[in-house]
Design a protein around this ligand. Sequence first.
Ligand code: NAD
Length: 499
Amino acid sequence: MRNIEHFIGGRSVAGASGRFGDVFNPSTGAVQAKVALASAQELDRAVDNAAQAQRDWARVNPQRRARVMFEFKRLLEANMDSLARLLSSEHGKVLSDARGDIQRGLEVIEFSCGIPHLLKGEHTQGAGPGIDAYSVRQPLGVVAGITPFNFPAMIPMWMFGPAIASGNAFILKPSERDPSVPVRLAELMLEAGLPEGVLNVVHGDKETVDAILKHPQIRAVSFVGSSDIAQAVYAEGARHGKRMQCMGGAKNHGIVLPDADLDQTVADVIGAAYGSAGERCMALPIVVPVGEKTADALREKLLAAIDGLRIGVSEDPQAHYGPVVTAAHKARIEDYIRIGVEEGAELVRDGRGFSLPGHEGGFFLGATLFDRVKPEMKTYREEIFGPVLQIVRADSFEQALELPSRHQYGNGVAIFTRNGDAAREFVDRVEVGMVGINVPIPVPVAYHSFGGWKRSGFGDLNQYGTDSVRFFTRTKVVTQRWPKGGAVTDQSFVIPTMR
Ligand code: NAD
């Protein structure tokens, strides 16, 4: 059995804790590797290494740091296929989607190539008599990222791209369910010219995360995962004086107004609801048609599209989506479908019991569709994170607007319409962090920032874009005066002012 080791100080380091996690092949259901789970002592060694490496890395000028990012981007492109295969084999998403996962991370690396410009401070000449004021952005030191299973390439790059380009050293604690791609990314960063120890991958579980949150030398932690854990991690890290940003779960709504182009809307909703087996925080698991006529027409078209879906192993180029990540996750999704029926939603298509011939052990689920889901239902309120689409019928624009605004999560939302006035009103009033207008998955481009509202995000600076440069640096403001020789000013016991 293959062992997946840590990557510390520029080389593989075998786990010493005696603890291991299983890594499955979701298409077959078999355990394909064991991943080492780090103890606090192993983390200590990685942080010591990182702290040493960071001192020199911070002194490398920003343009040279950007060159490492450029070369890393080139290597990502050259290794795209092998990375995508590795990613699919542990996550289960189809190859084309795995490439998208890597590509969205690569785009943040492209953004990070602009670091010389992004780190520039501000300058005021003549802030007072002979006085200039300026600000500089300096790296924090050693920082850490804790990432979820569903984007094992993109989300690590969201974090380590801007952090490392800004002059920090990075400890990445990826998901223990698909840990191989993060290690490969660290190897490629080394090949791109990053000094040893600047990017370290320490595998682990809660025990490792707890050690990160307590570690006195780790200055900031970026976390992406489910909301309860995000909130607990946020509080614990803050208690230890760290700068924290923690992104949580989601339940995104797609509002369909009566004037929407229904064929285009159905194509968009189907892809966003079932792509990656619904295991995306920007998936669209709820669709809200406004008016019964829109709802009936939408339902009919959705059914036709669902019946045309092909579910297959991740290497199947014809498959629209693959298996979910583990048997436990599959069981959890099936449980939600059972609850949905019990609480009175209309089960229109049932994905339970789907089996792929030749891959009976794989963690596959067919596409599920519920209609007449109500806001008070548990299956509406909670994140299912699987190939389950729920129709919630609304009577009016106001009612449709209230649904995402009142939901506990506020990650993404989409509105489908041809009416610019309605769309503008929606953008203005909806209480959600990322909004799509006729765009089903409104993940912001790499030079904006990504973050949800309410229980989808804890902390005030978002992922990537200029927010992440602010998150991974601290500002120093300098006030300088160079008195002319001989011109001694009087003693003053009054706070200096600009009068
Ligand atoms: P998860 O919360 O189970 O795990 C996330 C990370 O936390 C992993 O590295 C895991 O090892 C660690 N972890 C697990 N249990 C822990 C505990 N008790 N204490 C401390 N750390 C712990 O999430 P997941 O299942 O890997 O990923 C899916 C979730 O992530 C979904 O809720 C999804 O919506 C969310 N997500 C959010 C975003 C976003 O940007 N908002 C993006 C992707 C995924």
